[in-house]
Design a protein around this ligand. Structure first.
Ligand SMILES: CNc1ncnc2c1ncn2[C@@H]1O[C@H](COP(=O)(O)O)[C@@H](O)[C@H]1O
Ligand SMILES: [Zn+2]
Length: 358
């Protein structure tokens, strides 16, 4: 039996979904972490010998894992996605799914991978993702997509430098589809100081930098160092502020450059770096008026989508429609595609009256 409150909540959810369905931008999405159940099913059918089941590729509602276990899940997905055909299918599915969720602008990021057994090279990996973006565009999927080449910190300085060179090549050859570099991977492995030359080189050649910073508590020194570059956006930044063991000096650096944060509520709660939604650092930065963008991180692994993340932020922090509208609109200025910002602003203004009539 449904109580009045349940009914109210359903109505509210429905309302939010409708309201928000049209105004998304996603700026922090790892390709292989974004693979949906239905795509996993297709991959499993291609590779039955791997004996991989659903429970191994996603963390369902109410489940929590350690961050380390999240990386194990991502490794299972990597086993399933090891050919060019897989990458093409996965990237196209993910782009279509974001579009179906109302995302009009998407920045995908992914780590170029070489697979000896299938002959996939890092260069072909990136080319295939670019091909997927082009095919979706040609098929009329209503979404603008840009790509960030990702550096996995676990692979060290030399690979990081190679990856930057690859990203630079593709930035120049794709007519602006490759816009930047992401630093990600298990935050407990390695130190950013070793990656600094590669990151600096990327910045100098015109790639935009989005760095996962202070995703775990032990990274204050590293963040202090990497914030000097400075990056163009920060992934998570969960432990930057003094209340959680960061420092005022870190906050001051972020504020000085007005560096936007990419915030992923479900990812942080399911990965247990944040104890509950209400404890999420969204509130700290939001109350300060600091540019913050709601993102999914790994929508497949964490069983979420961008509408749901916006709803969670709204219900957890009591945001009004107007607040959400503004949050979504401000994200436009945080994208790495300045050529599209005016067009996106225009789209948002045109949609605004239709949304508020709902
Ligand atoms: C949960 N928090 C996280 N923190 C840090 N890095 C993460 C991550 N989630 C995903 N990745 C990074 O993205 C890769 C998978 O997508 P791609 O193979 O690149 O498409 C992971 O291997 C990791 O390097
Ligand atoms: Zn991430």
């Amino acid at each position: 039996v449904m109580s009045i409150l349940d009914l109210f909540y359903c109505g509210y959810r429905y309302f939010c979904t409708c309201f928000l369905q049209h105004l998304h931008k996603e700026l922090h999405a790892h390709l292989n972490g974004s693979v949906s159940f239905s795509t996993i099913e297709k991959l499993v059918a291609r590779k039955p010998h791997l004996n991989i089941e659903h429970g191994m590729t996603a963390i369902r509602s109410g489940q929590r894992r350690t961050l380390d276990e999240c990386f194990q899940v991502l490794k299972v997905i990597h086993q399933l996605v090891d050919t060019e055909e897989d990458i093409l299918m996965v990237a196209k599915d993910v782009i279509r799914e974001f579009a179906a969720d109302g995302v009009k602008y998407l920045e995908l990021r992914s780590t170029p991978r070489k697979e000896k057994t299938t002959g996939m090279t890092k260069r072909r990996y990136v080319e295939t993702v670019i091909e997927a973006i082009r095919q979706c565009k040609n098929e009329g999927v209503d979404i603008e997509v840009r790509f960030l080449v990702a550096v996995d910190r676990r692979n060290g300085a030399e690979v990081a430098m190679e990856t930057v060179k690859l990203a630079e090549d593709f930035m120049l050859s794709t007519g602006g589809l490759v816009v930047g570099l992401d630093l990600s991977g298990d935050p407990t492995v390695g130190h950013g100081r070793d990656l600094l030359p590669a990151l600096q080189k990327a910045k100098n050649c015109g790639l935009k930098l989005s760095l996962h910073l202070s995703e775990v508590p032990s990274q204050a020194d590293e963040s202090e160092l990497l914030l000097n570059i400075p990056p163009d956006r920060i992934g998570h930044g969960t432990f930057l502020h003094p209340e959680v063991g960061g420092s005022q000096s870190l906050v001051d650096k972020v504020r000085k450059h007005n560096t936007p944060l990419e915030l992923c509520l479900t990812s942080n709660v399911k990965g247990q770096t944040v104890s509950s939604y209400s404890q999420h650092h969204f509130l700290y930065w939001y109350q300060m008026g600091h540019p913050s963008v709601i993102c999914t991180d790994d929508k497949g692994v964490f069983c979420t989508d961008l509408s749901q993340e916006y709803q969670l932020a709204a219900s957890t922090f009591n945001l009004s429609q107007e607040d959400m509208w503004t949050l979504s609109q401000k994200a436009i200025d945080c994208t790495f595609a300045p050529d599209l910002q005016q067009q996106l602003h225009q789209k948002w203004l045109e949609l605004r009256p239709t949304l508020f009539q709902l």
